[in-house]
Write a protein of this length. Sequence first.
Length: 227
Amino acid sequence: MMKLLSVKAVPSVSWSSEHPLNFRPRLKTLLILCSGLIVFGIGEASLIAAGAGVSPWTVFAQGIGIVTGLSIGWATFVVSVGVLLLWIPLKQTPGLGTLLNAIIISAAIELSLPYLPQPSMYGLKIVQSAIGVLLVGMGSGLYLIAHLGAGPRDGLMTGLQRVTNFPIAWVRTALEITAVLFGWLLGGTLGLGTLMFAFGIGPAVSIGLYLVHHWSNTDGIIDVVEP
């Protein structure tokens, strides 16, 4: 279990792109990237449909909206731009995956949400929220290992990991807790599902990266776990 939570960088495997700024990747790499983003989007939609609380960054956007008067959509956009600006000092490189992140995840949420269960029993809400967190983690593992560029939050996560050398699970958990804390202080609303995401997504992403690397059965690993 410790190996699953000790991932310290996004691994490279046989189908990984050599550089994020690759707009003609191999078909296999592109298909795995898109598959990961679809799984990610379904996981986000599962959390929304569960109705036990939105994600920490949505809570943060809610708080920004309350303070500034912006709608939740515009507040989310402002938060995303702010996170992308933090990429500059971290020397993060965007790529095709950064663009497809916004398009495919949004489409996956929109298309899957009407078909996902919306449980009325609170226990089932929590179970579905947990499944959503795990799906986001697995989707993250698939699309990040493609090495075609990360989404805003994942790019901030990998950039901070590189600077601090802390395990990805720690870095992502710290980011999510910070986002939900500031969002709550600004007036955003949260639920148990929000806290589950905040404390669970870091380990879920770490597990996703570890399993995808393991299943890829390659030795092309880069500082994935501590010896």
